[in-house]
Design a protein. Structure first.
Length: 262
């Protein structure tokens, strides 16, 4: 299991910073990095914490009902879903966009998803799928690197050129497929061009055999708040069809909610 690292800015807050809470959240986050039950030693090593500290955190989470243990191995309980449910029910973008995604997915008979920027990644927070389409991979909470995903490039487009360049330089740019663009100059030019076009089409860069097209979701003041996309396997949908058939539907959906987002 890889270690969970914090950036230098993660200790900001001065006297308002609660180190014990930060440590607990670090351990909490690690459960999502490995589907197997984990030992206290596993979590301590990955969180870069003393084993005794990790065990105290785990016992606290167990007492609160978020973690279960057989005495050696620890797993999350369904109670953690209440945290996700609280976010989804309180998020204005999700509340407004979910019915829009449902209509969009039904009209195109393809999967549609909503994503927001979370650091160097995008995280999918809503989705819709027509009954006939078998969906896998992209579920709620699914993450992808921003630099090589259609929603990520759309979301990065809300920043200035200098800020985009800084984000690219700070990213690891690890190739996800043989088609992933990792050249920094080309990436910057692509994101800027996509911003001018008003959409991003990514072909097999984020996931093998999969292409997607995304547009920004803007608030009433024009600020990009999220992105929606539609994707399909390369054997079923061409890039031309994505532009001709999917793009108008995506733009229409984005325009329909602009006045509702504060």
């Amino acid at each position: 299991m890889p270690k969970l690292k914090r950036s230098p800015d993660d200790t900001r807050g001065g006297t308002d910073f609660i180190e014990s809470l930060d440590r607990g959240l670090r351990v909490f986050e690690l459960f999502g990095a490995d589907p197997r039950p984990l030992t206290a030693s596993d979590l301590a090593k990955a969180a870069d914490l003393p084993r005794a500290t990790a065990r105290r955190i785990l016992f606290t989470l167990e007492r609160a009902g978020y973690v279960a243990s057989d005495g050696k191995l620890f797993t999350l309980t369904p109670r953690v879903l209440t945290l996700a449910a609280s976010y989804l029910s309180s998020n204005q973008v999700v509340t407004i966009l979910q019915p829009v995604l449902d209509r969009l997915s039904s009209a195109a008979q393809e999967i549609s998803s909503l994503a927001v920027l979370d650091g160097k990644d995008v995280i999918f927070i809503a989705r819709s799928s027509p009954a006939r389409v078998f969906s896998s991979g992209i579920d709620l909470g699914y993450r992808l690197p921003a630099f090589c995903s259609s929603v990520g490039r759309v979301l990065l487009g809300r920043f200035s050129n200098d800020e985009i360049e800084a984000a690219i330089n700070a990213a690891s740019l690890t190739p996800m497929t043989p088609y992933t663009v990792t050249d920094k100059v080309l990436l910057l030019a692509t994101i800027v061009t996509d911003r001018e076009k008003g959409y991003s089409l990514v072909d097999r860069e984020a996931e093998p055999g999969f292409r997607s097209i995304a547009v920004p979701i803007r608030r009433y003041d024009g600020t990009i708040a999220a992105a929606i996309n539609m994707g399909a396997h390369v054997d079923r949908v061409s890039t031309g069809e994505m532009i001709d058939r999917f793009l108008p539907l995506l733009k229409q959906a984005a325009d329909s909610v602009k006045s509702q987002l504060l």
